[in-house]
Design a protein around this ligand. Structure first.
Ligand code: FE2
Ligand code: FE2
Length: 232
């Protein structure tokens, strides 16, 4: 299994890192532009805005890495690698994301192809770049909706998922459940409410629980100290 990415620095001045960072900036701009297309369908009423979600997830992953004392280099590499994890979404028709009702299995499956599509965007636009940051980015893109019990989108076994992927899967799910959507009804979406739901209803079948508890501890420290930003 791949360990935490402490073996390179995304901020070094190499051509590869500069290309990758500029790729990420461009892709995030395109994801933001995709939101305007969704706005046309929803009149701006959708609450789950992808580029904002990506920035919150990246920030929470970075903060969890620092909380686990993995060091600033790992935290920063992870931050940048997480930002583009959902860019594949913008290749799908915008109206599939904004339905009032809970998505059916088929719709969910179609939406989840964004993981593979994201990996394809990287392979296409950075085909001539050979750098571990690219591999980390693609690893996270492809597998962030996998589960420890092997019942995720692609059916990959939990033991084959890297630690970075496992952490992103947790933080990503947390963020999704923190954003109220019509089919949530009266559900408690406060930070403690979501953490409880993740621990009790989903738990070890889906998540790496050691990593989950590190994330939950970081999040609850923030919450108790009033450091939870809006929707974060
Ligand atoms: Fe995703
Ligand atoms: Fe996501």
């Amino acid at each position: 299994m791949k360990e935490w990415p402490d073996y390179f620095d995304i901020h070094d001045q190499s051509d590869a890192c500069m290309r990758i960072k500029s790729f990420i900036d461009t892709q995030m701009g395109e994801l933001e532009a995709y939101n305007d297309v969704r706005n046309e369908n929803t009149h701006g009423e959708h609450t789950y805005i992808f580029h904002e979600h990506a920035m919150r997830v990246a920030e929470n992953v970075k903060r969890t890495c620092l909380h686990m004392e993995l060091g600033p280099r790992v935290a920063e590499n992870m931050y940048w690698a997480v930002l583009p994890h959902d860019i594949g979404k913008k290749l799908l028709p915008a109206d599939i994301w904004d339905q009032e009702e809970k998505p059916t299995g088929a719709v969910k499956k179609y939406r989840r192809t964004h993981t593979i599509l994201g990996g394809q965007i990287v392979e296409e636009l950075l085909h001539d770049v050979d750098h571990p940051m690219k591999d980390l980015m693609v690893d996270i893109m492809r597998y962030h909706h996998e589960q420890m019990d092997g019942q995720g989108t692609l059916g990959v076994d939990g033991e084959d998922l890297s630690l970075p992927v496992r952490l992103v899967a947790i933080v990503e799910a947390y963020d999704g459940w923190r954003i109220w959507r019509p089919h949530y009804g009266e559900r408690d979406i406060s930070p403690p409410g979501v953490l409880k739901r993740m621990r009790e209803e989903k738990g070890a079948e889906i998540f790496d629980m050691d990593l989950f508890e590190s994330f939950a501890e970081m999040k609850m420290n923030d919450y108790k100290e009033g450091r939870i930003l809006q929707d974060n």
